[in-house]
Design a binder for this molecule. Structure first.
Ligand code: SIN
Length: 282
């Protein structure tokens, strides 16, 4: 990755680490983002895969939605509780009474169980624990490129089932509010997907949602998936981001996995996220 690059005199993008991530300063996300800034952000997004906008103030739900929409139509989460009057917003909130984390305790790509999973997610955190609550991100181009050529060829022909019933049911809703007839999404996606913008290949499986490889026996499928889940979590593909209050992270779900560390209970962590609709993986 390049050293610090000054994209223009106000906006600065620095690599967060050699493998993945960029830190952006000089863009005020609480104000309208100009076309010029938008183009620079997109360029950095494709290059660094996850961006951390620092020195921000808390942005309102309205502005968060508006900002997300500048990258595409917004995705509505199929299961998580929605913010009152803002169905596009997924509130992230864990505190002393939380029994489970915010649904991100393992490496995953957001809602990969959807037929057209989200392109990216924008999360701003407003309340942070005094320590802990970092988020890990992993580079799935690197995960693919670090497989042997025969393994790459084998995986290139395969597709896998991504399911969500086992993960979403009982997670967000109280038992007595559950709708037994509610249908949770599932989809079949290629194990190796091509990023529609960069044209690079990325591994596209994750522990939360990927349950079965098409065409293989149950035993074969489990063996390969367990191998891939472990492979994706190699430390050399990862970073660990320590949040500052009001940082906005914007990650590309098509070529990264992420995991939020649940190590700060009973302290509080709170923020809001929007996701931008993506297309069907190919
Ligand atoms: C998420 O998957 O959106 C949550 C990430 C986080 O809480 O850091």
């Amino acid at each position: 990755m390049n050293e610090i690059c000054n994209l223009n005199k106000e906006i600065t993008v620095k690599p967060y680490a050699p493998n993945i991530g960029g830190v952006i300063t000089g863009v005020d996300l609480s104000k309208d983002v100009s076309d010029y800034e938008l183009n620079l952000i997109k360029e950095a997004f494709y290059k660094y895969q996850v961006l951390f906008f620092q020195q921000q103030s808390e942005i309102s739900p309205e502005n968060h939605i508006k900002l997300g929409k500048s990258f595409g139509e917004l995705h509505i989460h199929p299961a998580a509780p929605k913010m009152k009057s803002f169905p596009e917003i997924f509130e992230i909130h864990t505190h002393k009474d939380s029994k489970i984390s915010n649904g991100a305790e393992n490496f995953h790509s957001d809602v990969s169980c959807d037929l057209e999973p989200p392109l990216g997610t924008m999360l701003q955190l407003h309340i942070l624990p005094a320590y802990g609550g970092d988020t890990m991100f992993a580079n799935m181009y690197m995960a693919y490129e670090n497989l042997s050529k025969p393994m790459q060829s084998f995986l290139n022909g395969l597709r896998a089932l991504h399911e969500s019933e086992h993960f979403y049911r009982n997670r967000y809703e109280k038992q007595d509010e559950l709708d037994p007839n509610k249908k949770y999404p599932s989809a079949i996606h290629p194990i190796v997907r091509t990023h529609p913008e960069t044209k690079k290949k990325a591994l596209y499986v994750n522990k939360f949602f990927t349950t079965r490889i098409e065409g293989l026996s149950k035993q074969e499928s489990k063996l390969i998936l367990d191998y891939l889940f472990n492979h994706c979590e190699k430390t050399e593909f990862q970073i660990r981001y320590r949040w500052n209050r009001n940082d906005m992270a914007f990650w590309d779900n098509r070529c990264t996995l992420h995991k939020a560390l649940w190590d700060y209970h009973p302290m509080e962590r709170k923020g809001r996220r929007v996701t931008i609709k993506g297309d069907q993986p190919f």
